[in-house]
Design a protein around this ligand. Structure first.
Ligand SMILES: NCc1[nH]cc(CCC(=O)O)c1CC(=O)O
Length: 345
């Protein structure tokens, strides 16, 4: 059987060969690790997080019909503190610490996160076992009265708590007022519907997953609103000492998305990436090349540095680091230093 497989391999196209190697890898892994009887997924309790966890549960059910998959819903610090902007209370880590604690204690095996909410450095003892195929990475303009950003009259209130969205809005539409807007997707839509805002900006991916696509008034292209690092992709995390789970999750890993997200995260990591800084990075694959766009801005949008780089699919890490250096050379470090002093008191 093995000799036949080698002969068959020699006749395959590059694409078939890649799939073959993957299957062989998976076969070897699954034969040396037994597939667990039960897998518990740790998830935040918001509707969006639960949708995401259920989506992964469904994929696992299809792949491993004999395995029982449970979801452990948890409330995180980030979900509890709703009256302060995320950038003021400490950023991304707040949404994932409790989930990592559950992995550590063995209460759960894997945690499903929005890649956008994952800190740039995965804490020691944990790994990102799989990155799933990206949903629509764009930001969405949502309004009950206006068709697009251009139509908003001077002084209109636009809701977002993301410094990335705020700086881009202010740079292009200095006549608009940007006001904080926190809470889960439903809460944000409710605040819009109550009339507190003329429009709000949300990730298209979240709205689509929650079957709220009909609330999207317009999709913003990357020139209007460059997406956040990892936006639209899901990350599945587990403990470093669980290679059995890593092997089991490989069919959910989407390599093209992973190339893109790797480049975006490398750029953000060098610049100290968190949601405390107005930064965006977005990579796409065009003609088998990776194209990475990024920016850093002051929150008021008056200072803005941007860059675009292209390279091999596998050079994302270097591309991201180089872009960060290019942005620093253009003054990103001064923009960031000014933001830090504002936040220190
Ligand atoms: N910050 C919360 C968050 N984290 C991920 C998403 C959207 C889904 C995704 O990017 O995969 C959202 C909501 C939003 O920004 O509107």
């Amino acid at each position: 059987m093995f000799v036949q497989a080698i002969v068959a391999h020699a006749k395959m196209t590059a694409d078939q060969s890649r799939k073959f190697s993957f299957l062989l890898f998976f076969y070897c892994m699954s034969s040396s690790f037994s597939i667990p009887k039960r897998i518990t997924i740790a998830s935040r309790e918001s509707l969006l997080a639960m949708w995401q966890a259920k989506h992964i549960r469904q994929c696992l059910n299809q792949l491993y019909p004999q395995t029982e998959v449970n979801i452990l819903g948890m409330t995180t610090k980030g979900d509890q503190i709703l009256d302060k902007s995320l950038s003021k209370i400490g950023g991304k880590g707040l949404f994932i610490k409790e989930l990592e604690q559950a992995l550590e204690d063995g209460r759960a095996d894997i945690a499903v996160h929005s890649m956008k909410d994952m800190p740039m450095n995965v804490p020691e003892g944990f790994i990102l076992a799989a990155i799933t195929e990206r949903e629509d990475p764009r930001d969405a303009f949502v309004s009950n009265q206006y068709e697009n950003l251009e139509e908003l009259p001077s002084g209109s209130i636009v809701g977002t708590s993301s410094l990335r969205r705020e700086s881009q809005l202010r740079a292009q539409f200095p006549h608009l007022n940007v006001n904080p807007l926190r809470g889960n997707v439903q809460t944000r839509l409710r605040k819009l519907d109550e009339g507190q805002y003329a429009a709000i900006i949300l990730a298209a991916a979240g709205l689509k997953r929650l079957e709220l696509s009909d609330r999207i008034t317009a999709l913003l292209n990357p020139e209007q609103s460059l997406p956040a690092v990892g936006q639209g992709a899901l990350g599945i995390e587990c403990r470093h000492d669980r290679p059995d789970l890593v092997a089991l999750l490989q069919p959910l890993h989407h390599q093209k998305t992973a190339y893109c997200v790797k480049a975006e995260r490398a750029m953000s990591r060098v610049l100290g990436g968190s949601c405390q800084i107005p930064l965006g990075a977005f990579a796409e694959i065009e003609n088998n090349q990776l194209k990475l766009r990024g920016f850093v801005a002051s929150p008021d949008g008056t200072q803005f540095v941007r860059d675009t780089v292209s390279g091999n699919l596998e050079s994302g890490e270097d591309m991201g680091k180089n872009m960060a250096q290019n942005l620093i050379a253009q003054g990103a470090d001064k923009i960031l230093a000014a933001i830090e002093t504002q936040h220190s008191w």
